[in-house]
Design a protein around this ligand. Structure first.
Ligand SMILES: Cc1cc2nc3c(=O)[nH]c(=O)nc-3n(C[C@H](O)[C@H](O)[C@H](O)COP(=O)(O)OP(=O)(O)OC[C@H]3O[C@@H](n4cnc5c(N)ncnc54)[C@H](O)[C@@H]3O)c2cc1C
Ligand SMILES: C=Cc1c2[nH]c(c1C)Cc1[nH]c(c(CCC(=O)O)c1C)Cc1[nH]c(c(C)c1CCC(=O)O)Cc1[nH]c(c(C)c1C=C)C2
Length: 426
């Protein structure tokens, strides 16, 4: 019988502790959390009138094996009746928007959309898709997402759509992020079928660490902080993973410290009345349009249940900074909440036409919250896990720094680690 310590009570640590607690081989699970609350980046404010504002994640995509795994966990712990579903037919699922050239553009969807020239793009998307099959396979063992997509699908898609998508998932710069680590299904499709399109049609085999290799709708990706660590016997705790490890494990701490993280300013706003000119999940903004403002989530559309019950209101979240934080806003240690709020409200005025100020607001500065999987990230993770295996350390690495950044990925990373330690979870 084992006693296992889990370091970190974010969603990764909580899920890992849950999977451990189900095993007959585990006598005791010790969950060590350094802050005053559990949940890590999962953090909400519920106002006295019932309105809810999210300062971290607000949705999961129940797609693929990692999505199903999350749904299974939710059901196992009896929370299925708490889910606020957003059906595929809902506008928040169907409509995608980009803010380009000072205008909102609805993204083309379906076959009809792919066949037409839809602004801001200069030609139908089907053009790029048809030509992709003929593009030669890349020779590098890793490549930036921007370079990969430019090469295979054209620069325009990379500059506008992919640049925006990477800001909406990693708050990151697609010119630096690794396609192999951030979008493993795309990398594998090229490796095994020579084409993304063929890979999607025929399957490209393989999956990452046992479950689909990508949560959050096909995207997959621990800061010394976000790492949930399992020690088989003795827990070691301090303010962050790298420093929690004993000096004898300095090579491991060093590699953990080499992973970069970005800071995101999350600004929740509430407006009186219905102010949105369009219905969707939100809109994203490519870095060429505005480096500092990454996107706006229209929270009232997917989750009207979280609106104030008193009258008609619109809840929005403006996400800012990410890889461009320092350049646009200066140091996260000195930036003022007022200046961040001013940028956010100005963006809502310009992008959505809000003619009056918000009636309620909250600024949350999420420092070093999203790990960036830069080129070669896969080698670092492999090398860290090899080090643990070779030294036979009673330790597993779990969480958003390794196997995907989405909530689904992080939960799955806990399950896989427990299965590797103890065999399949009952
Ligand atoms: C603004 C934002 C929006 C997001 N939106 C989405 C979304 O919509 N959908 C989605 O799928 N994902 C989203 N994500 C990503 C997702 O929320 C995170 O990847 C995930 O929550 C990370 O979980 P974790 O357990 O790995 O890390 P964390 O949440 O960072 O948890 C780590 C925990 O360890 C504790 N800790 C740190 N050091 C120590 C120590 N030495 N001893 C003990 N405890 C320690 C910390 O206090 C923390 O509680 C979002 C992230 C952010 C920041
Ligand atoms: C790690 C941080 C994450 C943030 N969001 C997600 C993660 C994992 C989940 C996520 N967000 C988007 C996608 C792609 C969806 C898809 O197109 O299939 C995923 C998997 C995109 C997105 N993110 C935001 C918006 C407004 C959108 C567009 C959605 C749409 O129109 O379909 C908001 C947002 N979320 C995060 C950031 C940094 C951000 C910035 C604007 C965090």
């Amino acid at each position: 019988m084992k006693t296992v310590a889990v370091l970190g009570g974010g969603i990764g640590g909580l899920a890992t502790a849950y999977y451990l607690s189900k095993s007959p081989q585990v006598a005791k699970v010790i969950l060590l959390e350094s802050s005053g609350r559990y949940g890590g980046w999962l953090w909400s404010t519920q106002r006295s009138d019932g309105a809810v504002f999210e300062h971290g994640p607000r949705g999961i995509r129940p797609a693929g094996a990692v999505g199903l795994n999350t749904l299974n966990l939710v059901q196992d712990i009896g929370l299925e009746n708490e889910i606020l579903p957003v059906p595929y037919s809902h506008n928040a699922s169907k409509n995608r928007y980009l803010y380009v050239n000072e205008k909102l553009h609805k993204m083309p969807s379906g076959l009809w959309g792919a066949l037409q020239t839809v602004s801001p793009f200069s030609r139908p998307i089907i053009h790029s898709i048809a030509k992709e099959i003929l593009v030669k396979k890349g020779k590098e063992d890793d490549e930036s997402i921007h370079s990969f997509v430019s090469r295979r699908l054209g620069k325009e898609l990379a500059d506008i759509a992919i640049d925006s998508l990477c800001r909406g998932v990693f708050a990151g710069d697609c010119r630096r992020l690794s396609v192999r680590s951030c979008f493993p299904p795309l990398y594998r499709a090229e490796q095994s079928r020579g084409s993304i399109v063929l890979g999607m049609l025929l399957g490209s085999g393989g999956s990452r660490r046992g479950a689909g290799g990508g949560g959050g709708g096909g995207v997959s990706p621990v800061d010394p902080q976000t790492m949930s660590l399992m020690y088989r016997s003795l827990p070691v705790v301090s303010s962050a993973l790298a420093s929690a490890l004993p000096p004898a494990l300095a090579p491991l701490s060093k590699q953990a410290q080499e992973i970069s993280y970005v800071t995101v300013a999350v600004v929740n706003l509430e407006y009186q009345g219905a102010i949105l000119p369009v219905e969707g999940f939100g809109h994203l903004i490519p870095s060429t349009e505005n480096k500092g403002v990454l996107g706006v989530v229209y929270d009232s559309v997917p989750f009207p249940q979280h609106n104030s019950p008193k009258g008609v209101t619109t809840r929005l979240t403006v996400m800012m900074g990410g890889a461009w934080f320092q350049e646009v806003f200066g140091s996260p240690d000195t930036v003022s909440e007022e200046s961040l709020l001013a940028v956010a409200t100005q963006a809502v005025r310009a992008h959505l036409g809000a003619g009056y100020p918000p009636s309620w607001s909250k600024v949350a500065l999420q420092k070093n919250c999203i790990p960036q999987y830069y080129l070669g990230h896969w080698k670092r993770v492999e090398s860290m896990r090899r080090y643990v295996a070779e030294k036979n350390l009673p330790l597993s690495l779990v969480g958003s720094s390794y196997d995907g950044v989405s909530v689904n990925d992080v939960i799955n990373s806990g399950r896989v680690a427990v299965e590797q330690l103890l065999g399949p979870t009952p």
